[in-house]
Design a protein. Sequence first.
Length: 334
Amino acid sequence: MKKTIFSLFFTLAVVAIACSCASCKNASKSTAEPDTVALVGPTFCADSAYAFAAKQCSFGERTMNSKAHDLCGEWIMSKFREFGTTVEAQDAVLTGWDGTKLKSRNIIARFRPEHTTRILLCAHWDSRPWADNDPDSTNWRKPVMAANDGASGVAVMLELARLLQNDTTLNIGVDFVCFDAEDYGTPQWATTPESGDTWALGAQYWAENLPQGYEARYGILLDMVGGEGARFYQEGVSKQYANEIVNKVWRTASQIGYSSFFPMKDGGMITDDHVPVNEKAGIPCIDIIAYYPDCQQSSFGPTWHTVNDTMEHIDPNVLKAVGQTLVQVLYSEQ
């Protein structure tokens, strides 16, 4: 997935908190804090989100131009339709870093398309073709299952769409966008110079080809939102373009008891799908992305771009913290 441009993290060590798997009814929450607020909106079901992630992985690695990719894309579209959203595919042939032509499909699902006030939620759904950060160099050209780095973000969005399908109280529209071709960026073993432009190809295309007049109040990108021990620090590009939204989301997480998952600390500046959303589409967009400051293998965690990014390392408690925070944010909009 992306690269850290530079780190803004304070050098204090942070001990990762091990979370046990929990059901929708007993998902872990941190101790209530003084400025807590009442929960609004429906209860996010982590078990359901977990199942949506597992289903994506059941197709195999969703690498570009593969059968698994195509089948999973059709399934994602069918689920959004089942949940009552208006669904369309934005197809394009994009060019990868190595010249490969990539049959890309951004999936766009709109809840209450008639509303002019809209919130954008997004995640990428493709798998990294190369496990180029794996500790075993013999795995560097193997594909990544992408349970966390891809499937987790889409899973959270699908669960949110499921919860919204019978809603009569939300006074805004929500656009769910599943970006394709995010993770075809230049591998570490390539002799070609690495470039940030080789990442987030689907998001770049979406941002350059918006429907005429499309606007969103703001966007939230979900990336690696289910990994064991994940914590979500405040990402630098997000603070640069959408600091008010960063403050809104992190404050909301704290108010409903998830401050341990959303520490009020700076992370790094990340090349990710939110960059073209901010810079090309002009929509203020933040990135909720896992950050592991003490992980020697990668600040994105031990499974990032390895063959170990599998469902065994997905924690429902993390999915719950992110999902319930987003429910609270959406239902707090006026």
